[in-house]
Design a protein around this ligand. Structure first.
Ligand code: HAM
Length: 422
């Protein structure tokens, strides 16, 4: 017996009809961001490992979870599968220097060697936007509102926006030193990992969900209370813009997120119907230094990523159906041998009507079962009798009387029936 194989741990196949939810989400996202002036970026699934190291040497994503490897070059190149979308887009910006503001979007898989569990996979799929080249705080508002609007558009109601500011090169260093000193005094009370590592990036400790760290940092100093003048002004404008659009948010002073490149505005949409361990449905923020860190000119940036799998979990928890309507509206049932079905589906598809059929000369009954499974609304039925008389029967599959029409009126009559059924 030949060996059989399964998907690698932490990965999964997306199969029909489940995959319809993916199609719906990508299509709705593309429509929403496209209509707001964002253009699609497709970048390689792997990059020089250095691109992703800029995400932050102190982050789990870089330290523990990167799928890095050497290729067959002479000498071999050190590459890594994309663990997140932002670094690739900023690398592309630095390489191609497009005009700013550069407003982009993507729908792409990301790879992280995570401990696989519900909502946390080794390959997940992100919808995201990145904008390079403007510091305008009202852009932060546009980006946040785009994501919030997308969730509302797909039917999610229980996603709450958490907002924070992480300061910039002016106010962060002093804050970081203050936090480090605070943590040093309490190092013995931190969790095992952070007792050793808190100096690598003290802010990371605020993101630690272990009880020891939560307790030890309950009264830690927080960046948003120590912003410099320009960061305060920026954050005030962002909050004012959100208020102007009626976008509700919670100021979450401990929000630091899991990547090191963030400056100023950071945000996360939390799924309130989800288990708290994996309840981040989407998140993002500014990364005003990243372009420079990747060798480009100083260029501010902001964006977000939202995991399709997390959106699906949130939708399931809220009982929201993401599947969307079937793409097949008509099913052709042909008992004359199959050529009629070939011609009729061809004709329907050419007219822009989704159509399918059965194969292998199946029985009338089996063809009708397939028609039901397809999600079609109308069956076009041709038997020997209909063929001899130059007619087809049209049967609504969700109730209603069957009618017979001349074959050359089929398209027009089918269209009316589909419109009535919608
Ligand atoms: P992130 O928070 O690491 O940010 O990931 C963004 C979203 O991807 C999360 O909110 C979650 O929905 C999903 N996600 C992340 N890891 C996993 C996983 N292992 N399994 C399932 N879903 C996952 C970023 O990646 C940033 N690039 C976002 C960004 C864009 N910031 C600025 N621009």
């Amino acid at each position: 017996m030949p060996e059989t194989f399964q998907t690698p741990q932490g990965t999964f196949d997306v199969l029909p009809p489940d995959s319809r939810a993916y199609e719906t989400l990508v299509a709705r996202f593309a429509a929403r961001v496209g209509a707001a002036g964002y253009g699609l970026v497709i970048s390689p699934m792997f990059e020089d490992v250095g691109v992703f190291r800029r995400v932050g040497e102190s982050t789990d994503v870089v330290r523990k979870e990167m799928y890095d490897f050497f290729d067959k070059g002479k000498p071999p190149r050190h590459l890594a599968l994309r663990p997140e979308g932002t670094a690739s887009v900023v690398r592309a910006f630095v390489q191609h220097r497009p005009r700013v503001p550069w407003k982009t979007w993507y729908a792409a898989p990301s790879f992280r060697y995570e401990r696989a569990q519900a909502g946390r996979y080794r390959q997940h799929h992100q919808l995201g936007v990145e904008v390079l080249g403007t510091e305008d705080p009202l852009l932060d508002v546009e980006v946040i509102a785009l994501l919030g609007g997308f969730y509302a558009d797909v039917g999610l109601r229980q996603v709450a926006l958490h907002l924070n500011s992480l300061g910039d090169d002016t106010c962060r260093p002093a804050y970081r030193a203050e936090l480090e000193a605070f943590l040093a005094e309490r190092a013995d009370r931190l969790c095992d990992e952070h007792r050793e590592r808190f100096r690598d990036n003290p802010l990371r400790v605020l993101d630690c969900k272990r009880p020891a760290c939560l307790e030890a940092t309950a009264d830690a100093p927080l960046q948003v209370d120590r912003l410099c003048g320009p960061c305060t002004a920026h954050f005030t404008a962002v909050r004012g813009g959100l208020d102007a659009l009626g976008v509700a948010f919670t100021l979450d002073k401990r929000l630091v997120r899991g990547l090191d490149y963030y400056t100023r505005t950071t945000f996360e949409f939390v799924g309130e119907a989800l288990e708290s361990a994996q309840n981040g449905v989407g998140g993002g923020g500014r990364y005003d230094r990243l372009a420079e860190d990747l060798g480009g000119p100083p260029t501010p940036g902001i964006g977000f990523g939202t995991g399709i799998e997390r959106i699906r979990l949130a939708a399931a928890a809220e009982d929201v159906d993401l599947t969307g309507p079937a793409a097949v509206d008509v099913f052709v049932v042909d008992t004359t041998g199959g050529l009629a079905a070939l011609q009729l589906t061809h004709e329907l598809r050419a007219a822009g009507i989704g159509a399918d059929r059965a194969w292998d000369g199946r029985s009338f009954k089996a063809q009708f079962k397939a028609a039901d499974r397809s999600g079609a609304r109308v069956a076009v039925v041709v038997g020997d009798d209909e063929a001899a008389r130059g007619v087809v029967a049209l049967k609504p599959l969700r109730g209603g009387p069957q009618i017979e029409v001349p074959a050359d009126e089929m398209l027009q009559r089918v269209r009316t029936m589909i419109d009535d059924a919608h």
